[in-house]
Design a protein around this ligand. Sequence first.
Ligand code: PT1
Length: 261
Amino acid sequence: MGILNITPDSFSDGGKYSSYDAAVAHGLALVEEGADIVDVGGESTRPGAAPVSVEEELRRVVPVIRALTDRTRALVSVDTMKAEVARQAVEAGASIINDVSALTSDAGMAKVAAGHGAGVVLMHMRGTPRTMQENPRYANVTEEVAGYLEERVRALAALGLDPETLAVDPGIGFGKTVDHNLQLLRELPRLAASGRPVVVGVSRKSFIGKITGAEAGDRLPGSLAGMLHAAMRGGHVFRVHDVKASRQALDVFLAIGQKAP
Ligand code: PT1
């Protein structure tokens, strides 16, 4: 899953391209580099990020999703917590709703997902992006995260969503200390035991910087290590910035795992 962030500062190019042109070109490049899914987001959910209005988020993501689904066969996911954005995104061709609040932020979200038969990524987050890094504490982070995600799958199945359309994600960096993130990655098989596909996003996140001292733009090696570890422990989908390098790393990892006939 290649990351396509459409926020005003993600494509600062001195005005040579509009952010629309730049975003579509970047999305097509991610597919060219080997992404199976392009994850389109118009609202940052990084620690400390402020919310964006529904109108602004729609303006950013819907035209880009339409262009990408017209021009590629890759799947498009929409990274949003807003039901109206998810609805218009799916109508524009997106087939997956990636909601970092696991469909809890907007009461209309479950209905949109059920109504369109979209796939859904349910991610665990403690608090909101603005405040989630303020002193996160857990008795046992893996049990709490896995229990929460299993409860979300149960609750949504009771609302009529097909459990087969749901994937789970531990939410690396979302209300977690470095040790919480590392424990979740170490104990990823506990999440895989939920029976649902496991999505993992470690790409360029601050825990890599805290371990290595590397700045965000310099975290590809650490990101690959985290991704491959997650692949080895049962992860299925990896949300990454650097698709070409990640694809190569995963291809070799998967080839080694392939037994000769
Ligand atoms: C993720 C994810 C996401 N991450 C899914 N969607 C982000 N399903 C956005 C940091 O610590 O892991 N899974 N959508 C980006 N969020 C963060 C969080 C970015 C923490 C950076 C950090 O640096």
